[in-house]
Design a protein around this ligand. Structure first.
Ligand code: BTN
Length: 317
């Protein structure tokens, strides 16, 4: 009910009368009044003018279920939302929800993670009030061998969403880090549960440094936040909504072919490594070359002095 009232208030630039809200949702004046009171207590600035009605002046930087539902504009992503002020890891929560039978598109969001997890067994710093910690649950009917490409699809969605919301140029560092001005502001951890030819579920965990002003010493050199890189304080819920919209768009293109053939050109246009020297941190033997973009399978094409190599896993610096 609070989400619906917020949505109704946002739909108009002017005022919505209490009576209109009662009629629209089939509830009493007291119920509307109570919902407005709770929204104000949560930090929404709502003006009430006699004979005119209610008008929303400003919204706090919340990303809970009420707020996300009130701005939701997607078809399947985020149709079920689970929000936590604190949790261990949104990827862990999403996997539990998957096993309980929740549908593809279920979204888990947290304001703070106590055991945020990064790639390669690293941890992910997740202080409250500063970032977005979200996981999208997918249950795609596709070949499990193709699933790793979804992490590149997610990277495209996040980069586009950040660029749009913060009016900046967010780029992808292969395969799926997002950088602004060369500094990492987002990481993605994709995990899958599958059988030989069947995917039980995939969770795509996205961590974004939004308002952070300080970082732990170990990552202070390489990490930054949207605020530090752009000077802008964007609303986290709006960025989440934008990510889901962009993801639906790119995912539909991806699923047509179950590979990145329809996305390669666009991915390469926002690839920070494109035509640049890269050092591939291959666990067997690191090497250097020039990055020439990705293949339709998501491999990084690297030209060395001797040959052209397709890098399918690992990191580049
Ligand atoms: C990386 O190491 O670059 C990936 C970091 C992924 C962090 C996100 S935050 C939301 C989700 N929950 C986790 O525990 N990890 C991912």
């Amino acid at each position: 009910m609070k989400s619906e009232i917020l949505e109704a208030l946002r739909e108009t630039d002017g005022y919505v009368s209490g009576q209109d809200l009662c009629n629209k949702f089939g509830v009493s004046r007291t119920a509307v009044w109570k919902a407005i009171k709770q929204l104000k207590e949560a930090g929404y600035e709502i003006e009430a003018v006699p004979n005119k009605g209610y008008h929303i002046v400003s919204a706090p930087d919340l990303m809970n279920k009420v707020e996300l539902e009130s701005i939701r504009n997607t078809t399947w992503a985020g149709q079920e939302i689970y929000y936590y002020d604190v949790t261990d890891s949104t990827n862990i929560r999403a996997k539990e929800l998957a096993e309980e039978g929740h549908p593809s598109g279920t979204l888990v969001v947290a304001d703070h993670q106590e055991s945020g997890r990064g790639r390669r067994g690293r941890s992910w710093d997740s202080p409250s009030g500063t970032g977005i910690f979200m996981t999208l649950l997918l249950k795609p009917e596709m070949n499990p061998n193709h699933a790793s490409m979804l992490t590149l699809v997610a990277a495209m969605a996040v980069a586009r969403a950040i660029s749009k919301c913060a009016d900046t140029e967010a780029l992808i560092k292969w395969p799926n880090d997002i950088v602004i001005g060369g500094k990492k502001i987002c990481g993605i951890l994709t995990e899958m549960s599958a059988q030989f030819d069947f995917i039980n579920h995939i969770v795509i965990g996205i961590g974004i440094n939004v308002h952070n002003e300080h970082f732990p010493e170990e990552i202070a050199e390489t990490a930054s936040s949207i605020l530090l890189q752009t000077g802008k304080r964007i609303r986290r819920a709006e960025l989440i909504e934008q990510i889901l919209e962009q993801f639906e768009h790119y995912y539909a293109i991806f699923m047509e072919t179950e590979d990145l053939s329809g996305l390669v050109k666009e991915y390469n246009s926002i690839l920070v490594n494109m035509n640049k020297s890269v050092r591939v941190l291959d666990p067997k033997e690191p090497f250097e070359g020039k990055a020439m973009g990705i293949t339709k399978k998501g491999e990084l094409i690297v030209d060395t002095w001797e040959s052209r190599k397709m890098v399918s896993s690992g990191e580049v610096s």
